[in-house]
Design a protein around this ligand. Sequence first.
Ligand SMILES: *Cc1c(COP(=O)(O)O)cnc(C)c1O
Length: 382
Amino acid sequence: MYSQRLENLPPYLFARIDALKGQKRREGVDVIDLGVGDPDLPTPDHIVEAMIRAVKDPKNHHYPAYEGIAAYRDAVAAWYDNRFSVSLDPASEVVALMGSKDGIAHIPEAFVNPGDYVLVPDPGYPVYKTSTLFAEGKAHLMPLLEENNFLPVLEDIPAEVLKRSKLLFFNYPNNPTAAIAPERFFDEVVEFAREHDLVVVHDNAYSEITFDGYRAPSFLQADGAKEVGVEMHSLSKTYNMTGWRIGMAVGNPEILAGLGRVKSNVDSGVFDAVQEAAITALTGPQQCVADACAVYQERRDTLVKGLSELGYDVRAPKATFYVWMPVEDCMATATQFLNEAGIVVTPGVGFGESGDGYVRFAVTRSVERIEEAIERIGRLRR
Ligand SMILES: *Cc1c(COP(=O)(O)O)cnc(C)c1O
């Protein structure tokens, strides 16, 4: 019944985990879900209030322009300038997205011919690979290994693959490894993309979720980045707005025009009221972002300290709300945690083969719940 394209998609491990979690809950287990990459904190009030005002305004009730309203694109450009000292032309170098997933899912359609390679980090956000498959491209997986600080080794990509490669995806601060990249790595990517004529797509969804004084860069800060690539960004993680579906693609105007041509045939833009609320988020008080990071940092510290005291080998990441922990067998650990402790973690192999041997904790639950989880893990027979 289903197309080959659909049949070719990898099995969705996360759907199975959801089913198992639901089953446990129905059995009456008090499940602690450290699996979901979705902030538990609410969207800040001033943003919600802006949305309420915008929803009531009839001018926002029509089809939006696919590229976003001018005021939203201005706000994105101003935010990039303030935050990263990156200057963008709002008219040609900013496109509104229904979350960065929208951009990631659609960009291969614009650049990849059947059989072309897309360079995809492994482990990684699953959409890099599935969007490649939807465009009938081939994913060449770039392993992110601890021994390389979870950075891909670009020199290891075979020449045969590079000859037919069109696009490179990468993502720092990284999901799921929580790794950060040194800025010189971004320069290396620019150089590599020039040499091999690649379109670079950097996914910067976690740039604002950082700790211990670390400030994550934008790919567009690298010299020449705007000649080779774009950055996908989003308000989802920064302002606890995952449900609102609002983000942006920024950078090279020609690449964005390609993405825009796909999008204009697929969706009809982001609801204007959501864009107005997003303007308030980007241009309003930013204390809410620092407050959220402080919350995640305390949870991270509680989790890492607790796991360390139990004898696990685990480090505190500088960014993202994830903790990536090596274990002997990730499926066995995740299964035991769920069945014997009622705790959901994500087995690393769900993010790709090179994620095998790790589990991912998301600190999207309260300190009290994380303490409870540590206590339960401490009672497990190991
Ligand atoms: C959450 C996430 C996204 C997408 O989030 P949107 O809500 O679509 O903006 C993109 N990339 C990574 C790595 C993520 O974790």
